[in-house]
Write a protein that binds this ligand. Structure first.
Ligand SMILES: Cc1ncc(COP(=O)(O)O)c(C=O)c1O
Length: 401
């Protein structure tokens, strides 16, 4: 069984370390990571993949993803992050996927012709342009911008999808496109439209057949509505600006997104590490690649062990699916009264009786990059051994929110 094998690999790798490691111990299985990268490339069918950095937050893993043929450029989540990644030489093609109102970071961008040539800002409102203009005396350094186009499904008065950009119709998008082009000091280089209601919703959940069917139907309706709208918008904007890219999608929607001829690149990040929220998609087989190990510290009863900490709950609408999952050895469960705790996490299940004080229990996080906000370094597993230890953003002294 894969989870028992993983347990043996991780524990063997820990035992072989020269010194006992600090816990919690964060680990990435590079064999799984590389297989996931290859599978994303297969699913993208020749469309380049822009790696979503929020879902990794480890520079060495970003570099590793970018080293795979088929990956190109970074979709960053903050301008400060983009400036830092550019400075570190991780990429010279970085699109910040969310609007930035951080004046200090914007001033740094405007002050650096090389950063301004490598980084693209996302805008969906003239207020974003005005803020940039208010920070500069000269417009000698052009600022690259892309427009975020809402990719939600509209059904009557309902909007299904992430509540982000107000730009939905081609009329709204074209008006802002023209405003960008008319302003000195800006270059409109791209469009982005993230169909989170397709990419981020599991559609093959065990025990939820009927719900999964409804989700798949909504996804199909969403993609067909979006395809028509996105093509019209792209054609109209291409008449006023020379677009370098039309970005869309995410790990959960790769093949559906690249089937849209308007799309020139697809974003993906979570599909490299496959946290638990990505376990149940029809389109791909999950290969979990990110884990954290916490030690058993006590035994409250014969069928119970308590591990130190481990309570790394994911962001998003609060629910059981945001909790971490004890993964190896298989068969352990959180208790309903305590869940995953701040400093102590009781676990039940048959392996509990076999675990000794000091043994590691390996967990998976519900989301992808957030896990690495909790640790400074990640041990990289290849085969049965840790072959490297690399800093997370946090370990490099960086926190981007
Ligand atoms: C703008 C944007 N693109 C793409 C993604 C997909 O990222 P991932 O592949 O990590 O799910 C996200 C995730 O939230 C996003 O916000």
């Amino acid at each position: 069984m894969a989870r028992n094998r993983l347990w043996a690999r991780l524990n063997g790798a820990v035992e072989a370390l020269d010194e006992p490691p600090a816990t919690p111990l964060f680990a990435v299985d590079l064999d799984a990571f590389d297989a996931n990268a290859a599978d994303l490339v297969r699913r993208a069918g020749g469309t380049p993949i822009r790696v979503a950095s929020k879902s990794l937050r480890v520079p060495a893993l970003l570099r590793r993803a970018l080293a795979h043929d088929g990956f190109h450029g970074i979709l960053a989540y903050s301008l400060r992050e983009a400036l830092w990644l550019h400075d570190q030489g991780v990429s010279d093609d970085i699109v910040v996927a969310y609007p930035c109102v951080d004046r200090a970071a914007l001033a740094s961008l405007i002050g650096s012709p090389s950063a301004a040539a490598a980084i693209t800002l996302m805008v969906d409102d003239t207020a974003h342009l005005e803020l940039i203009d208010s920070l500069r005396a000269s417009k000698a350094v052009p600022v690259r911008v892309a427009l975020d186009v809402d990719a939600g499904l509209r059904m009557g008065s309902q909007h299904i999808g992430p509540k982000r950009s107000p730009l939905h119709d081609s009329h709204d998008v074209l008006r802002l496109a023209r405003a960008v082009v008319a302003r000195n000091g800006f270059r409109l280089v791209g469009l982005m439209s993230y169909e989170g209601q397709v990419a981020g919703v599991p559609d093959d959940v065990p025990g939820q057949r009927a719900k999964s069917l409804v989700v798949r139907r909504l996804k199909a309706a969403s993609m067909s509505q979006l395809k028509a709208r996105r093509l019209g918008i792209t054609q109209k904007v291409a008449d006023v600006a020379e677009l370098e890219f039309v970005n869309a999608g995410g790990s959960g929607s790769v093949e559906a997104t690249v089937a849209d001829p308007a799309v020139t690149e697809v974003a993906a990040g979570s599909g490299l590490l496959v946290p638990t929220l990505f376990d149940h998609y029809q389109a791909f087989v999950p290969r979990p690649a990110a884990f954290y190990g916490v030690p058993v510290v006590r035994r409250p009863g014969p069928q119970l062990v308590t591990v130190a900490g481990g309570g790394y709950t994911a962001s998003g609408a609060v629910g059981a699916d945001r909790a971490p999952t004890p993964w190896a050895p298989p068969g352990l469960h959180l208790t309903s009264l305590e869940g995953a705790g701040e400093v102590q996490t009781p676990l039940t299940g048959h392996p509990a009786s076999l675990l000794q004080v000091g043994d590691l229990v390996w967990f998976r996080h519900a989301k992808s990059g957030e896990l690495f906000e909790h640790g400074n370094v990640v041990h990289l597993l290849a085969g049965d051994a840790f072959i490297d230890v690399v800093p997370t953003y946090r370990g490099a002294g960086q926190a981007f929110g």
